[in-house]
Design a protein. Structure first.
Length: 508
């Protein structure tokens, strides 16, 4: 039922109410007959003698989705791909097949498919997904993981006709692809111009388990979901049943507009449990436009490793909120380094728009074109300043990522204070470089272990000051405690990544 439509009367409740009124009328008449037996006979109106079931048929039935489905379903297609067995890259066909997917989607796609429904035939592997037309001349949207590395693509339209399709372009980072079907004109649908609200009805149409033209309904459960697929995660969560083979299919609002593209599900069992994730329509618009014009997507790039501002980090920096993105490390020769952005800076706004978190920064920058001039509001050494910067082009194998990695925790019993760390000058430990203090042991039961410290990590800075000996670390911790801080901010090199860790220090 459309929640915004006028509330249709409930036939059952209406009938009970009418029966109650008739009963009251009959009791009154009966009492009158007893008190006045000489009154003439009463003739009841014909309405009282009618079959109540027939009367109920005249009531307005509850609003369903049939009219909407009838209008939009012809624009949805089933997508069938064929891939040489030696070059399979699509998901759901084994772990090796998913190596080119965004890392965060690999686990989801072990349980969710586009081409999960596959079979081997004459040295080829076939798979199935879904898609939908966005123009009368045959352009259609699907998932990248449905068509990536496909030797041939076919679509089956709602009338059962089979057409050959060509891949125009793909974008692995958002898992979107644009294909083109020759011929037409084809029925098509529109991408929504507005964000759906949590609680809005949603209709998913697609090709689950190869059963083309399947419609399911639910509501928008949440927005802005980050499932760890990439730095650009901003998924709509829906509870309309979505299964293997729905990949690339559309989810519609009750006006027939596409609010998102079905991409992943959370499924311990491999089937629908009512948690599915859609790529939002606004993301689809910007990506598909570039794919149609250029065959690929280019994104703006500032060149920083970034991480979220946690409550502990905010406290250690004197921030009142966790808004913003913490710069763990500017990359060499990047626009950020050239503009003077330093490790430990917090990027608070882009062109005056507040940065909510590290993911929000990545999305804002990624939605801009290279060579765009922007203004960043940055907190540097406790002072807010504006930095002018011209975006570069995101390199093919890089992206602005949230650095949330942590290593394995290894043993070690020596402590600095009660933190559970054993330290040594990095210059004295082979392979640790000549800067900072290397972690040679981590107490599994200590605070440091809880915050991701691993043997081999190198502490470069504590409270913004470079350290080279364990005594330097102790000194800065003592200074933070005397300043009544609850945590101390450490800049830590872990493998090839650099990150900030806000380590609770207690009272010593």
């Amino acid at each position: 039922m459309n929640p915004s439509a006028p509330h249709a009367p409930n036939p059952r409740r209406w009938s009970i109410r009418r029966l109650a009124l008739v009963s009251t009328a009959l009791v009154g008449v009966g009492a009158g007959l007893v008190l006045a037996p000489d009154l003439p006979a009463i003739h009841y109106p014909a309405a009282f003698a009618q079959n109540l079931s027939d009367q109920a048929k005249t009531l307005k039935a509850p609003i369903g989705f049939a009219d909407i489905v009838a209008k939009v379903k012809p624009a949805v297609v089933s997508v069938r791909v064929e891939v040489n067995e030696g070059g399979v890259q699509t998901s759901g066909m084994g772990d090796q097949d998913m190596q080119n997917l965004p890392p965060g989607l690999r686990e989801f796609f072990k349980q969710f498919g586009g081409p999960n429904l596959h079979k081997r035939l004459h040295g080829h592997i076939t798979g199935q997904g879904s898609g939908f037309f966005i123009s009368a001349d045959g352009y259609a949207v699907t998932n990248n993981h449905v068509v990536e590395k496909a030797d041939s693509v076919q679509v089956t339209t709602d009338d059962g006709k089979i057409h050959k399709a060509k891949v125009i372009g793909t974008d692995p980072r958002t898992d979107l692809a644009l294909i083109k079907v020759e011929g037409g004109p084809f029925p098509y649908v529109k991408l929504s111009d507005r964000q759906p609200r949590i609680g809005d009805w949603v209709l998913a149409v697609g090709n689950p388990f190869g059963l083309g033209g399947t419609v399911t309904a639910g509501i928008v459960s949440a927005r802005g979901r980050d499932i760890g697929a990439s730095a650009y995660d901003d998924f709509i969560q829906i509870d309309a049943p979505v299964n293997k083979g729905n990949s690339g299919g559309p989810s519609f609002d009750t006006e027939g507009n596409v609010i998102g593209v079905n991409t992943a599900i959370y499924s311990p069992s491999g089937g629908s449990v009512g948690i599915a994730f859609d790529i939002p329509a606004d993301t689809v618009k910007s990506v598909i436009q570039q794919l149609r014009e250029h065959g690929s997507v280019t994104r703006g790039w500032i060149g920083v490793q970034i991480q979220p501002v946690t409550p502990d980090i905010a406290d250690s920096l004197g921030l009142k909120s966790t808004d913003g993105a913490l710069v763990a490390q500017p990359q060499d020769n990047s626009p950020a380094e050239k503009a003077g952005i330093k490790a430990g800076d917090v990027i608070l706004a882009v062109n005056g728009e507040t940065v909510k978190d590290a993911r929000d920064l990545a999305k804002k920058i990624g939605n801009m074109a290279p060579d765009t001039a922007i203004k960043l509001s940055v907190l540097h050494n406790g002072e807010r300043k504006t930095i002018d910067l011209t975006l570069g082009k995101l390199p093919n194998e890089q992206q602005a990522m949230n650095d949330t990695s942590s290593g394995d925790n290894n043993g070690g019993a020596a402590e600095i204070g009660k933190l559970g760390l054993t330290l040594a000058p990095a210059s004295r430990v082979s392979g640790s470089g000549d800067r900072g203090v290397v972690v040679t042991g981590v107490d599994p039961s200590g605070v440091a272990a809880d915050h991701g410290f691993s043997t081999g990590d190198v502490i470069l800075e504590v409270s913004g000051k470079q350290v080279s000996t364990p005594s330097d670390v102790r000194k800065e911790i003592a200074s933070a405690r005397s300043g009544k801080k609850h945590a101390v901010l450490m800049r830590v090199k872990s493998g090839d990544n650099t990150k900030f860790v806000a380590l609770p220090i207690g009272k010593g």
